[in-house]
Ligand binder design. Structure first.
Ligand SMILES: NC(=O)c1ccc[n+]([C@@H]2O[C@H](COP(=O)([O-])OP(=O)(O)OC[C@H]3O[C@@H](n4cnc5c(N)ncnc54)[C@H](OP(=O)(O)O)[C@@H]3O)[C@@H](O)[C@H]2O)c1
Length: 328
């Protein structure tokens, strides 16, 4: 069967284009053939599609770090024809062919069955961004950050991870401060559940290593000086889940918040999450869902637009989540 996919090649420099492929060209080492319905747009997809980040590890590569679709064939008893599955955070579009494709053959280990109550569309409204946001929420819970009077803060709040983190934390009963560089998105963030808005520049200024206690905890998607300030402003026994570096990868700080306030910095990586943990995380995404807000923070775009959307997400011009309809 012939179908379309976004392919990266390196024969004449790094080039990406929509190409027509056939089932015979799909990877032979996957056990499950999937009729892909949706993928999504993440920051990492922006880097891969434009070639501005070294994301792809082998060529040719079908891009798209997320996919959701229906099983067509499976050589393992774990999946049967007709199962609805989602694949994220397992090297799709980096090491193995990914989701910007109408068909894909994937390793059984790369996908999980969708939990009850979650549709294919909703799974990609979440995508890697939402999955990572939930990993951050679960890390904060494990560190003992519980809803209370003091706010938790989310940085890069209007981005994909940030918007979903705001929504999930608010749904759990937290008071959520949303830090954003886009003041015009305040109504959007309040709709998702933010109780206050913190201008990005306020947190980006150089601050002392131990500042007034302000946050019960936080989800940081930007790194750099903003993370250093968040950490210095975290209250006794608080924790910050760190998952991104939209502003920078450096962290200039001291051990003071850790040793004087019991503050924890929690590293969060979605890549290589074990299968049991992925299943648990998807179950939480299904049970904590706020369908109206999830729909309102996302939009659906055709695969033919990924090239311009990739530029936009890297330029900070996308807010919320973009689902990619691979059949348009
Ligand atoms: N660890 C993991 O497994 C994992 C998984 C997914 C994503 N990530 C990382 O998390 C980050 C966010 O990913 P995403 O998909 O949510 O991207 P995104 O949708 O582009 O969101 C990033 C947000 O960061 C803020 N931002 C952009 N440039 C900034 C700058 N120079 N300084 C401060 N803030 C800036 C913007 O929010 P405002 O306009 O609201 O300020 C932007 O919307 C990326 O670094 C990504 O690589 C990591």
């Amino acid at each position: 069967m012939a179908f379309h996919a976004v392919v990266a090649r390196d024969t004449d420099g790094y080039k990406t284009a929509i190409e027509k492929l056939t089932d015979d060209e799909l990877p032979k080492d996957g056990e499950v053939l999937v009729d892909v319905k949706y993928s999504s747009l993440n920051y990492k997809d922006g880097l891969a599609v434009t070639g501005r980040g070294k994301i792809v590890r082998r060529f040719p590569m079908v891009l798209g770090i997320d996919l959701a679709g229906t099983v067509v064939e499976s050589s393992t008893s774990e999946f049967t024809k007709g199962d609805e599955v989602a694949g994220i955070a397992q090297g799709l579009g980096e090491l193995d062919w990914g989701g910007y494709s109408q068909r894909q053959r994937v390793k059984a280990d790369a996908i999980v069955p969708l939990p009850n109550g979650l549709t294919l569309l909703q799974s990609m409204q979440y995508g890697t961004a939402g999955f990572t946001a939930m990993l951050c929420v679960m890390a904060l819970e494990q560190a003992g950050v519980v809803p209370g009077e003091r706010e938790v803060i989310v940085t890069g709040a209007s981005g994909g991870v940030g918007s979903i983190a705001v929504m999930l934390l608010a749904k759990r009963g937290h008071r959520v401060a949303a830090s954003t560089g886009r003041a015009e998105l305040e109504p959007y963030l309040r709709e998702l559940g933010a109780t206050s808005i913190v201008p990005r520049e306020e947190l980006a200024k150089k601050g002392g290593p131990l500042q007034s206690e302000r946050w019960a905890g936080g989800v940081d998607t930007v790194g750099g000086a903003i993370l250093a300030n968040l950490y210095a402003q975290t209250a006794y026994e608080g924790a910050i889940a760190c998952c991104g570096m939209a502003s920078g990868h450096e962290l200039a700080t001291t051990v003071w918040p850790m040793i004087l306030r019991n503050v924890s910095l929690l590293g969060v990586s979605s890549l290589r999450t074990s299968k049991p943990k992925r299943i648990e995380t998807w179950a939480r995404l299904a049970s904590d869902i706020h369908p109206t807000n999830l729909a309102s923070l996302s939009r659906i775009e055709p695969m033919s637009r990924v090239f311009e959307l990739a530029e936009q997400i890297l330029a900070g011009q996308v807010h919320g989540r973009v689902v990619i309809d691979v059949n348009r």
